[in-house]
Design a protein around this ligand. Structure first.
Ligand code: FES
Length: 119
């Protein structure tokens, strides 16, 4: 007889959302995606994908429009730099790190996992 799983509280549920295809991301070409009201940037570093907040915590610029080199992205507005593999701020006027999200590729499509908030 199959076991019945306890329902997980809605606030703790996570969901994978398809944001694009693997071909849309390259080392110097990140992908900007929207998941609801959340802006997510998907970056490629050494062949691996990383998903972070796409909004700079300093003054709301899109980081996917910045300059990317290796694991570092430079904000296009005031030059703060972040490590997209960890979300950590490296330099510049921003004072917060970026939130990071799990990312995977399924059948050639990029999926990002975000938490679902309780209504
Ligand atoms: S908006 Fe990114 S450093 Fe100012």
């Amino acid at each position: 007889m199959p076991s019945i799983e306890e329902p997980r509280p809605l606030a703790l549920m996570d969901t994978w959302t398809s944001v694009g295809t693997r071909e849309q991301v390259a080392a110097d070409w990140p992908l900007a995606a929207e998941i609801g009201s959340l802006a997510v940037g998907v970056f490629e570093v050494d062949g691996e994908l990383y998903a972070v907040d796409d909004i700079c915590p300093h003054a709301h610029a899109r980081l996917t429009q910045g300059f990317t080199e290796g694991c570092e992205v430079e904000c296009p507005l005031h030059g703060a730099t972040f490590d997209v593999t960890t979300g950590r701020r490296r330099s510049g006027p921003a004072c917060d790190d970026l939130k990071t999200f799990p990312v995977r590729v399924v059948d050639g499509r990029i999926e990002v996992q975000i938490g679902v908030s309780a209504p």
